[in-house]
Design a protein around this ligand. Structure first.
Ligand code: B3K
Ligand code: ZN
Length: 880
């Protein structure tokens, strides 16, 4: 574990380095316990840098074996060496020199999964953000772009496959059972994009002809025997490549593109140049083992990593503060890709749900930070929903403000102007200003200020004058270390919906702030006057979620109900119903806390029934609408004094009321949706399954529900239906013979498939109620569980702590105690994973006093036990 220096890095401290490394040659002599890495670096003094500037290279836990400067062994007075740093105190006077550095490491004992490690017998690397310094001493920062040539040597028997970035150059035999391969990547790249893979894997091959007619060999490498599970990923890759050509004019640039699936991986995947490395969860899929959500994730992540080739690799980040430059933009691109491949409306609703579930709590809690943070202690803790998801929303707003054409012109200019560079957010905004002539200086605050802006909107309609007035007030809640905020530019898409459901015509009196259906809010208070409005409209606001904000609108429930049934904007229509559900749940929760039984207005049930049966709406959309806000969503809306048990009870009561009120219609639709055709992962088929499984979730609450779910489970012909039924049984009918039997049957069938067993762990970890802790403790001892595998940990411990409100937040604090033990245990091997798990307590201050005190005690004991910069950083910020 790297020693925690407590050092804080600041955006304003950025300085270009005195030296550059235009060329990097690496030789890997692989062996599990003693791998030798010989790095030959061509070092150049930057123009204008002082001749006597020391060259300070980053390391992390390295063991130096040999050091030569221009062919001579380095003398002790010329350099200072430690595991974490190599300083050449007296560099040669020449402007250019060569440094040879030999290090030794044990990939088999690297459980942090950063740098070079072994996963299931396969050597692989993970270098972003600062893993390359665990391989060799280097200027390990993203603005040092180097051309890499890599030679990999290994035993042929264990590693017939030798891969690195770029194009293959040569390979051959070394005798004594060893062989080698050489790879050259002509595109200068930062060290975080370096990758190597060596092992014995099966291959799926294909080819792609680019828009200019160049042929690219595509390879996806997976465990032997799993080749047939990589077909969907390969198809998604080819669709991504074509889409980037068609929509952004971006062509692939090497003659090979390889993807390797590994089973131990800290995150989803990594965009290393020409050699993406993936968590196997996001590659392997067929109908028997993967759910529709898995297929959608695979498609999105394959696309995301591929799109990084231009947004991230060809144009990279000057420093890690600019992380959103590649991540926010690439998420925006993968969102657009999925919207084009699937249903745009459904995709948008899902994106907003994710943003609210993950980014809003971040913005509202102690870990809030701007899309472009200004300081960090451990950069790996900033791969957050704010940088990724809000970062994507900021790019989407640029497009909304500029329009499609100017946005594309700006993107073209970005690629043209900055190709081959390490750029900044300022560079990014400038291309859009130059392409459109618009001033984006106020808009730039979206990158600089943390927190979710709020708009409060009141309206008045004057029937005699046919005038509508909107009073808009902008406010920005304070966030840690940013007490005072500046006013933002918020693009608010809207519609004035008339009684027949169509949008009413209007003239906007204040033309400067209203254009093309968007109110541009720049000030604290805006009054917007519309004339020529023929009738009193229902207000459809923040259509398509045009800005990532919260909104309070003075609007009658009648208008909300009307919009939920009639808004022509699919997102806002979903939002209207979701708001009604959310309000009912919050009221229900208050009733529970007051000792009563929640009652719900019958019209809510009628509306749910109408949406379920509306054949003009896509099934996937209907499923999203009928999915009640989650317990965490309700907690977030309530904001303080949270009692997860009260929320759970209110939610159960509403689900039961909707099910009882619609029983015959839900049953009929449930049976009609049964699909006897062969499985297809396409969005329309997935949508029908989603609706049917959502109806099952309701019907399972009624008498006979366990039997229905068991029947659904046993007759399922794909994993989507099987896992959905298992969750219904384990959550709604925990302990019933049907649930026990189904869990056992699932375990028997999939005991040897770790990715499927993750679903089994996950479903049980999410089962509501205090007994979940006991279950999770027991499952920690299950033979299929492993503390060293991130997917297993996330499935069991991650799910329990981040997605089981009633189980984790037990009032006796036992959930937190288990959590503290597990996080500290994880930290010993994998600090990054531990820090990620620890974020589950970020909203502790919104809990009611008893739980809050226990959560604080847990955080304090984590703080006392933490050793790594990763975990200390999260815990200390959470407590601050
Ligand atoms: N760039 C990687 C994430 C690296 C995380 C390092 N802690 C995957 C991605 O966003 O595409
Ligand atoms: Zn990314």
């Amino acid at each position: 574990m790297r020693t925690d220096t407590g050092q804080i890095f600041r955006l304003e401290d950025y300085r270009p380095s005195a030296y550059l490394i235009p060329e990097t040659e690496l030789i890997f002599r692989l062996s599990p316990e003693a791998t030798r890495v010989t790095a030959t670096l061509t070092v150049e003094r930057r123009e204008g840098a002082p001749v006597d500037a020391p060259l300070v290279l980053d390391g992390d836990g390295l063991q130096l074996v040999r050091l030569e400067i221009d062919g001579d062994a380095a003398t002790a007075d010329a350099c200072e060496v430690s595991a974490d740093r190599l300083a050449i105190i007296l560099p040669p006077a020449a402007d250019r020199f060569r440094l040879l550095i030999e290090t030794e490491m044990a990939p088999a004992r690297n459980e942090a999964l950063m740098g070079l490690y072994r996963s299931n017998g396969v050597y692989c690397t993970q270098c972003e953000a600062e893993g390359f310094r665990r391989i060799t001493y280097f200027l390990d920062r993203p603005d040092i772009l180097s051309v890499y040539t890599v030679r990999v040597e290994a035993e042929r028997e264990h590693a017939p496959l030798l891969l690195s970035n770029g194009n293959p150059v040569e390979h051959g035999d070394l005798g004594e059972g060893r062989h080698y391969a050489v790879w050259h990547d002509p595109f200068p790249k930062p060290s975080y994009l370096f990758a190597l893979v060596a092992g014995d894997l099966g291959k799926v091959s294909d080819r792609f002809v680019t828009m200019s007619g160049r042929e690219v060999e595509l390879g996806i490498y997976v465990e032997h025997g799993k080749e047939k599970l990589a077909g969907y990923a390969m198809d998604a890759l080819k669709r991504s490549m074509r889409w980037d050509e068609e929509v952004f004019g971006r062509e692939y640039d090497l003659s090979v593109f390889n993807i390797v699936a590994v089973s131990d991986f800290n995150m989803g995947a990594m965009e290393n140049k020409g050699l993406n490395i993936f968590n196997d969860k996001y590659v392997l899929a067929d109908s028997e083992t993967a759910t529709d959500a898995d297929f959608a994730n695979i498609e999105a992540i394959i696309a995301h990593e591929y799109f990084h080739n231009w947004t991230g690799n060809r144009i990279t980040c000057r420093d890690w503060f600019q992380l959103c430059l590649k991540e926010g933009l690439t998420v925006y691109r993968d969102h657009e890709f999925s919207a084009d491949q699937r249903s745009r409306a459904v995709k948008r609703i899902a994106e907003v749900r994710t943003l609210r579930a993950h980014q809003f709590p971040e913005d509202q809690g102690p870990l809030a930070h701007p899309v472009r943070p200004r300081r960090y202690r451990e950069i790996n803790n900033f791969y957050t929903a704010t940088v990724y998801e809000k970062g994507s929303e900021v790019v989407r707003m640029i497009r909304t403000i500029l329009g499609a054409e100017a946005f594309r012109a700006g993107m073209d200019l970005y690629f043209q102007r900055h190709d081959g560079e390490a750029a900044t957010i300022e560079d990014f905004l400038k291309v859009f200003e130059d392409a459109s002539g618009q001033d984006l200086s106020q808009f730039a605050l979206w990158y600089q200020q943390a927190g979710t802006p709020h708009l409060a909107i009141a309206s008045a309609y004057d029937a005699a004058r046919q005038e509508l007035t909107l009073e808009i007030e902008q406010s920005l809640p304070p966030t840690p270390s940013e007490a005072r905020k500046r006013l933002m530019h918020i693009p608010l898409a809207f519609g004035l919906v008339g009684q027949d459901g169509s949008d009413l015509a209007y003239q906007a009196a204040d033309g400067a702030t209203v254009e093309n259906g968007i109110i541009h809010v720049h000030k604290r208070r805006h009054t917007v006057r519309f004339s020529g409005v023929a009738e009193r409209p229902a207000l459809s606001l923040n259509r398509g979620f045009s800005a990532p904000i919260t909104l309070s609108v003075e609007q009658s429930p009648q208008d909300q109900i009307f919009l939920a049934g009639n808004d022509s904007d699919a997102f806002s229509r979903w939002q209207a119903f979701n708001t009604l559900l959310s309000e009912a749940l919050i009221a229900g929760c208050r009733t529970v806390l007051g000792g009563g039984t929640p009652q719900f207005a019958p019209w809510l049930g009628d509306l749910a029934g109408r949406i379920a049966g509306d054949e003009t709406l896509e099934p996937a959309y209907r499923a999203l609408s009928l999915n009640l806000p989650g317990e965490a969503d309700i907690a977030r809306e309530i904001g303080k004094d949270i009692d997860p048990n009260a929320i759970f009870q209110a939610r159960e009561a509403l689900a039961r009321a909707l099910a009882e009120g619609n029983r015959p219609a839900f049953e009929a639709l449930y049976h009609r949706l049964r699909d006897n055709r062969a499985f297809s992962p396409d969005a329309a088929s997935a949508g029908r399954r989603a609706l049917r499984n959502c109806l099952l979730d309701y019907l399972a609450l009624l008498p006979g529900g366990a039997g229905l779910a068991a029947e659904h489970f046993h007759s399922a012909t794909n994993m989507t239906d099987r896992a959905a039924a298992l969750a219904v049984l384990a959550h709604r009918h925990a302990g019933s013979p049907e649930a026990i039997e189904a869990l056992a049957a699932f375990e028997r069938a999939y005991a040897h498939d770790p990715l499927v067993m993750d679903k089994w762990f996950q479903i049980q970890a999410a089962a509501p109620g205090p007994q979940a802790l006991e279950t999770v403790r027991t499952l920690c001892a299950h033979p299929a569980f492993s503390m060293t595998n991130p997917n297993r940990l996330r499935a069991l411990v991650g799910t329990f702590s981040a997605a089981n409100q009633t189980g984790f937040h037990r009032p006796d604090g036992e959930g937190y105690r288990f959590f503290t033990e597990t996080v500290l245990e994880t930290e010993k091997r994998n600090p990054q994973m531990a820090a990620r798990l620890a974020t589950a307590l970020r909203s502790w201050r919104s809990l009611e006093p008893t739980r809050q005190a226990r959560a604080r005690a847990a955080l304090l004991s984590l703080a006392a036990g933490a050793q790594s910069a990763d975990l200390k950083d999260i815990v200390e910020r959470t407590l601050a």
